[in-house]
Design a protein. Structure first.
Length: 309
C-alpha cells in the first residue's frame, strides 16, 4: 500500500523482500512446531514442565486399510468416547486418534457418544449405549476420555484377549495414581464387557463410575492388565482438560453421597434407558467418526440426583 511503501528505502529490490518473507515464514513454522504437542512424548524426566502444550494442527490421515490386508489383523476396535459440549477437544481428538491407531495398524471406528438430554452427564450410561450401538463388525471396545491423548507409540491398543487392558494405568496417567484406577482409557473384548453387564447407570455427574466398574471386573473373575516397559512416566499422555475453564460436575446431592461407593448388582447393559436421536457420519480433518446424539432417560424414583431440581 502507498503508506507502507513510504517507509521503505527508495532503491530496494524485490529480492531482499522475498528473502525476508521466506525467513519470517520459516520462523513461524519453527515456532509452531516447538509450541505444539506433536505425536511423541515430551523429552524430560517424567515431571511436567510449565503449562499444557497446545495440540498441533492435524496431519493428513493415513489411508484406510484394504479389507484383505493381513498386517492389520482380524480384530476391529470400537473407540467409545462419552461427550458433551467439548468441541475444541473433539476437533483435536478425532484426527489425532485416527492417525495414532492407523499407524499402529489397528482397525477401528470412532463413536462420539454425545449426550443431548437435560440430565446430568452420565459417562457410564453413554458407554453402555455406545456398546449396544457399535454394531457387529467390531469385537472389542476402548472406553476413552476425549481429553486424554496417548503420546507414546509403544502403548498397546490391540485386542485384549487375556482380559481388560488399562492403557492409562496409574503409573502413567498424569492425574490419577491409585492402584484400583481403571478410568481414562480401558480396553475390553465385547464378551468381557457383557460378562460384567456393562457399567452401572446410577452415576450421574462426574466421577466414581469407573471405581464401581473395577469391582464389576473383579466380580466377573477378570484380571486387569496394564502396560509394561513404558519409560515416559507421567508424560505418556497429554491431558487436554483445563479445570479453570471447564468446571466438573462434582456435586453430590440427595442420597447420592451414600450411593457413590456402593456396588450396583442389578443394573447395567440390561436396563440402560435411552433413545438415539440421530446418527451422523462425520469427517474431522479427514478422519472418519460417527456421532450418536443420545437422549438418556432417568427413573427419578431410583436416581433423583440425575437432575439438580
Amino acid at each position: 500500500s502507498p503508506p507502507l511503501l513510504g517507509l521503505l528505502p527508495g532503491r530496494i529490490s524485490i529480492f531482499p523482500l522475498f528473502f525476508l518473507a521466506l525467513l519470517l515464514g520459516f520462523a513461524s513454522l519453527l515456532w509452531l512446531q516447538l509450541s505444539c504437542s506433536g505425536e511423541g512424548p515430551v523429552p524430560g524426566d517424567g515431571q511436567s514442565r510449565g503449562g499444557p502444550r497446545q495440540p498441533c494442527p492435524p496431519q493428513a490421515p493415513l489411508p484406510p486399510p484394504a479389507e484383505d490386508e493381513p498386517s492389520w489383523g482380524p480384530h476391529r476396535l470400537a473407540l467409545l468416547v462419552p461427550f458433551r459440549e467439548r468441541f475444541e477437544e473433539l476437533l483435536t481428538f478425532v484426527p489425532y486418534m485416527h492417525r495414532f491407531l492407523s499407524k499402529k495398524r489397528i482397525r477401528h471406528h470412532i463413536f462420539i457418544l454425545n449426550q443431548v438430554d437435560h440430565f446430568r452427564f452420565n459417562r457410564a450410561s453413554l458407554i453402555n449405549v455406545g456398546f449396544l450401538e457399535s454394531g457387529n463388525d467390531t469385537d472389542y471396545i476402548a472406553m476413552h476420555d476425549v481429553d486424554l491423548l496417548p503420546l507414546n507409540e509403544q502403548l498397546d491398543y490391540s485386542f485384549p484377549e487375556a482380559g481388560p487392558f488399562h492403557v492409562a494405568s496409574p503409573e502413567l496417567h498424569p492425574l490419577y495414581h491409585y492402584k484400583t484406577y481403571v478410568g481414562g482409557i480401558l480396553l475390553l473384548t465385547k464378551q468381557h464387557y457383557e460378562k460384567c453387564n456393562g457399567m452401572s447407570n446410577r452415576f450421574w455427574g462426574w466421577g466414581r463410575e469407573d471405581d464401581e466398574f473395577y469391582r464389576r471386573i473383579k466380580g466377573a473373575g477378570l484380571q486387569v492388565r496394564r502396560p509394561s516397559g513404558i519409560t515416559t512416566g507421567y508424560e505418556t499422555f497429554q491431558h487436554l482438560h483445563d479445570p479453570a475453564w471447564r468446571k466438573r460436575d462434582q456435586k453430590r446431592i440427595a442420597a447420592q453421597k451414600q450411593e457413590q461407593f456402593k456396588v450396583d448388582r442389578e443394573g447395567g447393559l440390561n436396563n440402560v434407558r435411552y433413545r438415539v436421536e440421530s446418527r451422523t457420519a462425520l469427517n474431522v480433518a479427514g478422519a472418519p467418526c460417527t456421532v450418536l446424539n443420545i437422549l438418556l432417560d432417568c427413573d427419578m424414583s431410583e436416581t433423583p440426583w440425575c437432575t439438580f431440581g
